[in-house]
Design a protein around this ligand. Structure first.
Ligand code: PAF
Length: 283
């Protein structure tokens, strides 16, 4: 498996592949790979000749320096895991911060038509400027035909679609279903940092989302939201940061349900020091 640490090296590999009209799928990651990532990579392998996986903990999307410092960095293990999927068709780009940003890592400012101010945007200052900056940069370096993103970060997925639209980037964005542990907990690199009692408690998040979905069939968004808040008030271990039922296009909270619109419920929860997010399609 080829692992490149610089954009020059990646550029050479791509130039060579493109001579043979090879199609390129791309899965950007921050490493600490798990089955959720592997499912994106497998889908990308089905739809493209080769797949590039970037492994880069992007400093500009963290509003919390402690979170950035504690983010797991497991490159050797990640590469071994990728080899179990394919040794010859997967290429890894694991750049240094300097390779991407030069001497001064800084995010550009983006206008995503307001999507960036909702939910994660409200609770994580500047987060989507950081995501937009790195994803655009990676698209320029890797020049993929298709790029794959998980629906667990549904707001990120919609923002990346907007980034591509607004900048006319020549890449197709493919959204992929949330991969869950058998307990229902959405797969995340953060799960491995959960202390045992929190790991045991965390499947409550998805159970509550499923119940909220049932209730949304007959009750208003406000009533469902009140119900969810009550469930978390009774929970000793999990602390609810937000629960929002939103229109999937605007990501704005629902005031009045409309038959013609699609909705999702979004949630962020602290399990001890670890922040977990999840979401569910409601209709
Ligand atoms: O979803 C992630 O892991 C990151 O936000 C991404 C898309 C790799 C950008 O750093």
């Amino acid at each position: 498996m080829q692992v490149a640490n610089s954009k020059e090296h990646i550029g050479d590999i791509i130039l060579d592949l493109r001579k043979n009209d090879t199609s390129i799928g791309f899965v950007p990651t921050m490493g600490a790979l798990h089955k959720g990532h592997l499912s994106l990579i497998k889908k990308a392998l089905q739809e493209n000749d080769v797949v590039f996986v970037s492994i880069f903990v992007n400093p500009t999307q963290f509003d919390n320096q402690k979170d950035l410092k504690n983010y797991p960095r497991t490159l050797d293990r990640d590469v071994e895991l990728l080899k179990t999927v394919s040794d010859s068709k997967i290429f890894v780009y694991a750049p240094t911060v300097e390779d991407i940003y030069g001497k001064h890592p800084k995010a550009k400012r983006f206008d995503f038509d307001g999507l960036e101010h909702e939910m994660e945007g409200e609770f994580r200052d500047g987060h989507f400027d950081g995501v937009g900056t790195i994803v655009k940069r990676l698209f320029e370096i890797v020049t993929p035909d298709r790029a794959y993103f998980g629906e667990k970060d549904f707001q990120q997925l919609q923002i990346i679609r907007k980034l591509v639209d607004k900048n006319n980037l020549p890449v197709k964005i493919v959204g992929c279903k949330i991969h869950r542990e058998t307990t229902g907990l959405a797969m995340s690199s953060r799960n491995e940092r959960l202390l045992p009692e929190y790991k045991k408690a965390a499947p409550f998040i998805f159970r509550t989302l499923q119940e909220a979905k049932k209730k949304f069939g007959t009750k208003s968004a406000t009533k469902v939201t009140e119900w969810v808040k009550k469930q978390f008030e009774k929970n000793q271990l999990l602390e609810l940061e937000y629960f929002i039922i939103a229109d999937i296009e605007t990501l704005k909270p629902v005031k009045r349900k409309s038959q013609s619109k699609k909705y999702r419920a979004f949630i962020a929860v602290y399990a001890g020091e670890i922040r977990l997010i999840d979401n569910i399609a409601l209709n």
